[in-house]
Design a protein around this ligand. Structure first.
Ligand SMILES: Nc1ncnc2c1ncn2[C@@H]1O[C@H](COP(=O)(O)OP(=O)(O)OP(=O)(O)O)[C@@H](O)[C@H]1O
Ligand SMILES: [Mg+2]
Length: 403
């Protein structure tokens, strides 16, 4: 079975450096490895001091590099769907008009980079695929996209393919909205299925995991904690944190002593937040991380864990347990504060709403349509209790609320 690791973190913290070092280390172990950049602002070429293109380029023995171009992928792989979705949005004014409708998410095209990664994974050509992702915020919106797309599919195509076909000519004349034709419809359906499969692959805790890169400073630490919370909300597995640019002991004068103290505080905080997950520190080197020598140094000094490429920690995921008089669903939300989460029944599914993020969880048959009796957020765990019997219909339960 292959292995996929996604590297993300705030802009400029060292994602590419850490991903590149993993790639070199992996190739040294004799595993066929691909380092992919899914960040529009590609920079794996810079770090290896070579040009990398839209098809895999050899970077060394057992190691290839690839920089993906999502616009090109969308046009190549799903041309009809791309055109239809654009027309549909232009005609209906969706997205721009309704901010709640999240469809026109910047970076929608970026999702196709991830689809491409799934294709490469399936081809079995590489044992390990290491992905240098866009900064955390964008990557997280990508990871939740398949769920949003499901929402979109329901909203725009509730009547099914056949009806869309019948309505297509009508809608153009009457409503000035161009519905997709049959070919586009087939493609949209296929694209949707592929996105669901992609989500399944990236959530498969035996294959895929996410590693966060950060630096020990306030804003970055806060964003890193948020990322952990949202990765857990969506059920992705985090199995490594890299704290980069740690000032070394040698940096000893009044100025750096103060900074080292500040860094130490944040590193302690990070180690507490990420208890149970391997945390590594990377010193602030006296030079940029550029070229094989600099990458090799990180490999030798930092990436020494013999289990580096294994799935190294268990985090996230939903768990159902039986409780007296019913069931409990427990969702890990590390760092979430009391009062931040809301739970809503949505048809046969359950929505967990945390700040601007909504996670839709399909419920098992036995819990479908049953309203939660209690929602409690405590110690980074959201516990949703369901009675064994169906009660009155009411869609929303606030955290802390009981029926
Ligand atoms: N530990 C370090 N010591 C010194 N320089 C470093 C260290 N880590 C990274 N750098 C340098 O910092 C810059 C940013 O690193 P890198 O490109 O890996 O970050 P990134 O998170 O991928 O950035 P971006 O968000 O722009 O893609 C680079 O010039 C790199 O050489
Ligand atoms: Mg980068």
């Amino acid at each position: 079975m292959g292995r996929i690791i996604l590297f993300t973190g705030k802009g400029g913290v060292g994602k590419t450096s850490v991903a590149a070092a993993h790639a070199v280390k992996s190739a040294e172990e004799g595993k066929k490895t691909l380092l992919v950049s899914a960040d529009m602002a590609h920079n794996i070429g810079d770090i290896f001091e070579t040009r990398i293109g839209r098809t895999p380029v050899p970077l060394g023995e057992n190691l290839d590099g690839l920089e993906l171009d999502p616009d090109m992928l969308l046009l190549q792989e799903f041309p009809e769907a791309a055109a239809a979705v654009r027309k549909l949005l232009q005609g209906s004014g969706a997205g721009a008009a309704d901010p709640g409708d999240h469809f026109l998410i910047p970076g929608f095209e970026d999702l196709f980079s991830l689809l491409k990664i799934m294709q490469i994974y399936r081809s079995g050509e590489y044992e390990r695929i290491l992905v240098d992702c866009a900064p955390a915020g964008e990557t997280l919106s990508l990871l939740k996209l398949p769920e949003l797309l499901s929402w979109y599919m329901e909203k725009f195509f509730p009547v099914g393919k056949t009806m869309v076909r019948v309505l297509a000519p009508l809608s153009k004349a009457k409503y000035h909205v161009e519905l997709p034709d049959r070919k586009a419809m087939d493609e949209i359906e296929e694209m949707h299925l592929e996105l669901l499969r992609l989500q399944e692959l990236l959530k498969d805790g035996n294959i895929s995991s996410v590693r966060l890169v950060c630096t020990p400073e306030k804003m970055v630490v806060e964003e890193t904690k948020r990322s952990y919370m949202f990765l857990s909300l969506y059920g992705y597995r985090l199995d490594g944190v890299f704290i980069n640019r740690v000032l070394p002991e040698e940096a000893d004068n009044v100025f750096f002593r103060g900074w080292r103290e500040i860094q130490r505080g944040y590193m302690e905080e990070l180690r507490q937040v990420f208890r149970g997950i391997p945390v590594s520190e990377i010193p602030w080197y006296p030079e940029e991380v550029r070229g094989k020598h600099a990458i090799g140094r990180i490999c030798r000094e930092i990436l020494t864990d013999p289990d580096l490429f294994k799935i190294r920690a268990v985090s996230g995921g939903e768990e159902y347990t039986g409780i007296p008089g019913g069931y409990q669903l427990c969702v890990s939300l590390p760092g979430a504060l009391q009062g931040q989460a809301e739970v809503q029944v949505h048809g046969l599914d359950l929505d967990i709403i945390l700040n601007n993020y909504t996670r839709r969880i399909p419920l098992p048959n036995s819990l479908r349509g049953i309203r939660p009796s209690e929602v409690v957020l405590e110690d980074g765990k959201l516990r949703i209790s369901f009675p064994a019997e169906r009660g009155e219909e009411s869609p929303a339960v606030r955290e802390g609320g009981q029926s």
